[in-house]
Design a binder for this molecule. Structure first.
Ligand code: NAD
Length: 354
C-alpha cells in the first residue's frame, strides 16, 4: 500500500481497518481544485486490500475528470469498502454506520453517494450519521434517498440524440435501432425513453426474463447476451459492465455509434483509437453517464425543482456535442477531446487558486 500511495498523483488517502467486519475502508481524494471531492461508495470483495485501494485511486481520478468535463464545482474522490466476504443484516449496517461517521468526521473534505455494491437505502442509513451523503431528498433527516438510475438514463438519452446527429446525420431517433445491453437501473429507463422517441429498441441481459419483460414493455426485441457484439444496430448502448470495448469485441461490432452508461467501457485507452479507426463514434462514458452524479450534485446545491434537474441533466447532450465536434475538427478520438476539455477546465481552476 505504501508504494501505491507514494506513486499516486492524488492529494489524500484515508485508510481505516474496520475490525468488527474485517473491512478495509479507503477514501481517495484525488483533486480538490474545483471543489469538495465527491464520489460514490463502492462495496466489493477484492483479492487483496491493495486492489481496493488501487480501485479507489483510479475511480477518484476518474471523478476529477468527470466533474471537470461537466464544469461542475466538485473535485474527484471515491470510497471503497473492501469487504472480506458478503456482509448482511446488522453486520453490514454496522459497517455502513461506522463508515458514515468516518466520512462525517472529515468535516466536508469528501462527500459520497451510491455506487457499485451500495444502494439508495444504504445511503439513507448513512445519512443518519453523516452530513455528506449525496442524493438525499433535502429533508436532512435521511428520510428519502434518490435513485440515480433515471437521471443517468436521461443523460445517456440526451447524449444519444446528439451522437446520432454526428454519427448518423439524423435529427431524431425515429427508426434508429438501439441495442441496450443490461436491463437494469439505467438500461430500463433508457429503453423507455428511446422507445418514446420512436427508436427500435433491442434488449440484451444475462437475465433473459428481465430482457424479455423490458422488451415487451417497450415494444422491442430481445437478443441473447452472447450475441450482442454481432447484432446489427445503429447504436450500441452498453449499460451493464465495463471493459466490453476491447480488441476482441471491437472488430465484431456492427454499429455506427457506441453510447451507454457503463463505467470504464474501454478495456484500455487504445480501444478509443480502435473504435475511431473503425469509424465507430464513441460517446466517452464518463461524460454521457454523468446524469446521476450531476443530479445529486445539483440537489446538494439545493436545486429542488425536478424540471431544472432534468434540464441540467439533458445539457449533458450539449457537453457531448462540443466534445464530438472538437474530436471531428481535430481528427482525434472523442476520448482525447473529452480529456482536453477537462484538463482545460482544471487548469483554469488551478490558475485562479490563491
Ligand atoms: P444494474 O445492476 O441495475 O443493471 C445491470 C444489468 O446488466 C442487470 O440487469 C444485469 O443482469 C445485466 N448484466 C450484467 N452483466 C451483463 C452482460 N454481460 N450482458 C448483458 N447484461 C448484463 O446496474 P445499473 O445501475 O443499471 O448500471 C449499469 C452500468 O452503468 C454499470 O456499469 C454502472 O457502473 C454504470 N453507471 C450507472 C449509474 C447509475 O446511475 N446507476 C451511473 C453511472 C454509471
Amino acid at each position: 500500500m505504501r508504494e501505491l500511495i507514494e506513486s499516486w498523483g492524488g492529494e489524500t488517502v484515508v485508510v481505516r481497518f474496520d475490525a468488527p467486519s474485517g473491512t478495509w475502508c479507503f477514501i481517495a481524494l484525488h483533486d480538490s481544485t474545483l471543489g469538495m471531492p465527491v464520489g460514490g461508495c463502492r462495496i466489493r470483495i477484492y483479492a487483496a486490500p491493495e486492489d481496493g485501494l488501487r480501485d479507489a485511486m483510479l475511480l477518484a481520478e476518474g471523478m476529477t475528470y468527470k466533474w471537470a468535463a461537466l464544469d461542475f464545482p466538485f473535485g474527484g474522490g471515491k470510497a471503497v469498502l473492501a469487504v472480506p466476504g458478503p456482509l448482511e443484516g446488522a453486520e453490514r449496517e454496522g459497517l455502513l454506520l461506522r463508515f458514515a461517521r468516518l466520512v462525517d468526521s472529515l468535516g466536508g473534505a469528501f462527500a459520497t453517494g451510491v455506487d457499485l455494491g451500495t444502494t439508495p437505502q444504504d445511503m439513507q442509513l448513512m445519512a443518519r450519521e453523516c452530513r455528506y451523503v449525496m442524493g438525499q431528498s433535502g429533508a436532512g433527516d435521511g428520510s428519502e434517498s434518490l435513485d440515480p438510475g433515471p437521471y443517468t438514463a436521461l443523460g445517456v438519452f440526451a447524449g444519444t440524440v446528439v451522437a446520432a446527429r454526428h454519427g448518423l446525420g439524423k435529427d431524431d431517433l425515429r427508426g434508429t435501432a438501439v441495442l441496450v445491453q443490461g436491463a437494469g437501473d439505467v438500461g430500463a429507463p433508457l429503453a423507455r425513453l428511446l422507445s418514446e422517441a420512436g427508436a427500435e429498441v433491442i434488449v440484451a441481459d444475462v437475465d433473459d426474463g428481465r430482457a424479455r419483460s423490458l422488451a415487451d414493455e417497450v415494444g422491442g426485441a430481445v437478443v441473447a447476451a452472447n450475441e450482442v457484439y454481432e447484432t446489427e444496430c445503429d447504436v450500441f448502448a452498453p449499460c451493464a459492465v465495463g471493459a466490453i470495448l476491447n480488441p476482441e469485441t471491437i472488430p465484431r461490432l456492427r454499429c455506427r455509434i457506441v453510447a451507454g452508461s457503463a463505467n470504464n467501457q474501454l478495456a484500455a485507452r487504445d480501444d478509443a483509437v480502435r473504435l475511431h479507426d473503425r469509424g465507430i463514434l464513441w460517446a466517452p462514458d464518463y461524460i454521457i453517464n454523468a446524469g446521476g452524479a450531476l443530479a445529486f450534485g445539483l440537489i446538494h446545491q439545493l436545486v429542488r425543482s425536478e424540471s431544472i434537474l432534468r434540464e441540467r441533466v439533458r445539457q449533458i447532450g450539449d457537453t457531448l456535442d462540443h466534445i464530438l465536434a472538437s474530436a471531428v475538427a481535430a481528427g482525434e478520438s472523442p476520448l482525447l477531446a473529452a480529456q482536453r476539455r477537462a484538463e482545460a477546465i482544471l487548469s483554469k481552476g488551478r490558475t485562479s487558486e490563491p
